[in-house]
Each structure stands twice: as C-alpha cells, then as structure tokens.
Write a protein that binds this ligand. Structure first.
Ligand SMILES: Cc1ncc(COP(=O)(O)O)c(C=O)c1O
Length: 370
C-alpha cells in the first residue's frame, strides 16, 4: 500500500482528513441496497443527529451532492407555494440562497447587508414585521465563509420565534467546528456537508429537519424531484436505503469521520480549532496584517486577511510557493477589497499552523514584502 502524502489544507474545505478516514473508503464492493449498507447508513444518520443534539425532535436527510445541493433541497422543499422566505445576505453564500430561489421561482424577501459586516437585527425584524402575512421561513448563513463572519443563530432564531417563522440555517462550515444545538436554538432546518468540520470526504450534504416541520411539507406541491426532503426521508425510513444511488465509499469515510469526531469529543475539536486560530492571529497581527472581520464577529474558523500593499506581492506566487511546501491557501475578493483566506479546520494541528507561519514568513522575506 503506498503511503499517502499529507497536505495541510488551509482553504475553507474540503478540509484535511485523517489517514484513517481516507483508508475507510477502501472496502469490498457492495450493493447499497444490501442490509449491511442500510445499517451503515442509519448509523451515520443517527450519529449526525446526535452531533446536532437533535435526538427525538429532528431527523437528518443525507443527499448525494456538495453542500449547495443540501441548501437547494431545503429551499425548494419546505416553503409552501404562494409563501415567501426572508433571506439574509451578508456574503456570497447568502446571495447564493437568493439565486437558488430565483432559479426555482421560490418567492423571497431580501435583507442585503454589506459583506464582512454583521447583520442589522433591527432591520431583519422590520422586514419580518412588514411581510408577516407572506413570510413563513427565514434563511441565513451561520458561518459566512466568504469573509469568516459568524451570524448569531440564537438572536436570529429569537426574532423568528417572535413572528412564528421557521428558520433555515446554512451551517456548512461551522457544524462540528463549534457547538450547534438544534433543540436549544429552535432550528427547524440546518444544512451541512461531509467535507468540512466533520472531516469526511466531499460528496454528501445533510439537512437536519425538525420532524414536525418536515411532516408539514407532505402535501406541498413539489418543485423538485431528486432533492425532495420528505421523499428522501420517507424512503430511508421505510426501506433502510437511500432513495437514489449513494456515494458508497464517501459514506464509509463519513462513518469513520463521525466516529473520530466523537472520539476527539466536540469540545476538544472546538478547542483545537480555536487554538490554531489564536496562533495564526497572533503572528499575523505581529506581522502587521489587517483582517476583514472584527474580532467580536469572527467565527474563528476562517480568516479573511487584507492583501499586503507591497507591489512585490502576488497571491498566485504566494500560493505556489506555499503549495510546494505542503500548504494550500485560498484567494478571496470582497467588493473592492482583495483578501486571501486561511481556514483552521480539518485534521490539522497547532504544529501545522506554526510550520505554515514559518513558510509564509519565508515567502514574505524572499519577496521583500516585510
Ligand atoms: C457557508 C457555505 N455555504 C455553502 C457552501 C457551498 O458548499 P459546496 O461548495 O460544497 O457546494 C459553502 C462552501 O464553502 C459554504 O462555506
């Protein structure tokens, strides 16, 4: 068996995985309609529900898609015909929700905030109040990965509850990276995917659904087919099988990733991620870098850093320099601000961040940027 080269991915997912997650995909071929695979499927689903504290109140619908598929499934399955969803946009993924609704002709009311800045909760409340006869759902991004800002689930959920509106939360890059409790925060629908903080392979999105909220959609006129949440849920319940062909090997990897999540422990995982952020932030500040999002609103899972003003700086050159040394970084542009992004999620450790900082500083010195 050849050894697997380890890359430290500082892009915002797919994140670095453990070797045991990679190796979990090497399994005998199996028909996913076999009971053995059905049991694996249910075990992953049930453990994901546990990870979100949704036992007894929520289910989890797994779909074969990247994360966007899960968001699309949710927006096109749960909003009744003739009603509207209020979408909060303070980054590219909030905007993407609006585009999905446009594509399917799901009516939406928009809150369009400046990217990189917190959502104005009073403005959200006013929008809800003004549209209360039409709006049944409020959709937003938890960790807006475009910039690394954290939108507060508890506060937004409290506003929604006041107006009896259900919430749809895109927690793509925060679920399993920080505490999310679907019961405590009264979350009706929460979307994430297999390849970010849960540290599995790309290919599965999952939507946690409050069971009562999901059951309400039973007789809704359908806008979708493959991505219909209740159809996928009912089929799995009845047959112990995915409705459509699942990504077999990715599910084995996800099984292993979820096991490793509980072995590490949610608190320890959050602490590991947080410590890497602190190490990164400290050195970047010492080097004089400025961040797009202020500390108070930062999710501490991804940092958008303003490009150095030196004419010697080139993102592409820096990227290539670092990738040769095993580190993958990510570009980012917000309005007229050029940034580069560093995330601190995945199976990486404080030592990796320290090694990255050495290579990063070497690049800055070689190019006479510092
Ligand atoms: C908050 C958020 N939503 C949605 C997505 C889209 O996920 P995917 O690229 O897996 O479709 C991402 C991807 O990074 C994300 O960070």
């Amino acid at each position: 068996m050849k050894t697997i080269k380890r890359n430290v991915l500082l892009n915002p997912g797919p994140a670095t995985t453990s070797d045991s997650v990679k190796m979990a995909m090497v399994v005998p071929d199996i028909c996913p309609r076999e009971l053995e695979f059905g049991e694996l499927t249910l075990s992953v689903r049930n453990d994901l529900i546990k990870a979100a504290n949704g036992e007894g109140t929520h289910t989890c619908v797994m779909l074969t898609s990247s994360g966007t598929g899960g968001v699309e499934a949710c927006l096109t399955s749960v909003i009744p015909q003739g009603k509207k969803v209020l979408i909060l946009n303070n980054g590219a993924y909030g905007e993407r929700m609006q585009k999905i609704c446009d594509a399917y002709e799901v009516a939406h009311v928009d809150y369009n905030g400046e990217w990189g800045f917190p959502i104005n909760l009073e403005a959200v409340e006013k929008l809800l109040k003004d549209n209360i006869n039409d709006v049944t759902h409020l959709a937003f991004i938890h960790h807006e990965t475009t910039v690394g800002i954290l939108n507060p689930i508890d506060k937004i959920s409290a506003i929604a509850q006041k107006y009896n509106v259900e919430i749809i939360v895109d927690a793509m890059s925060s679920f399993a990276g920080m505490e999310i409790d679907v019961k405590k925060d009264n979350i009706h629908f929460l979307v994430s995917s297999s390849n970010k903080c849960i540290q599995g392979m790309a290919g599965i999105s999952f939507v946690f659904c409050n069971l009562e909220s999901l059951m309400k959609t039973k007789n809704y006129k359908k806008r979708n087919f493959y991505f219909n949440l209740i159809e996928n849920h009912n089929y799995l319940e009845k047959n112990k099988q995915f409705l459509f062909t699942p990504p077999v090997q990715t599910l084995y990897a996800l099984r292993q990733a979820v096991t490793e999540y509980f072995e590490e422990g949610p608190k320890n995982r959050h602490a590991r991620y947080a410590s890497m952020y602190e190490i990164m932030k400290k050195r970047l500040v010492e080097l004089g870098f400025k961040f797009l999002v202020d500390e108070a609103h930062h999710a501490k899972l991804l940092t958008a850093i303003l490009d150095p003003s030196s004419p010697n700086y080139s993102f592409n050159e820096m990227h290539d320099y670092l990738i040769e040394r095993g580190f993958t970084i990510y570009p980012g542009k917000v309005g007229n601000k050029n940034t580069f992004r560093l995330s601190n999620i995945g199976q990486i450790y404080p030592e990796d961040i320290k090694n990255f900082l050495v290579a990063f500083e070497d690049y800055l010195k070689v190019k006479k940027i510092i």
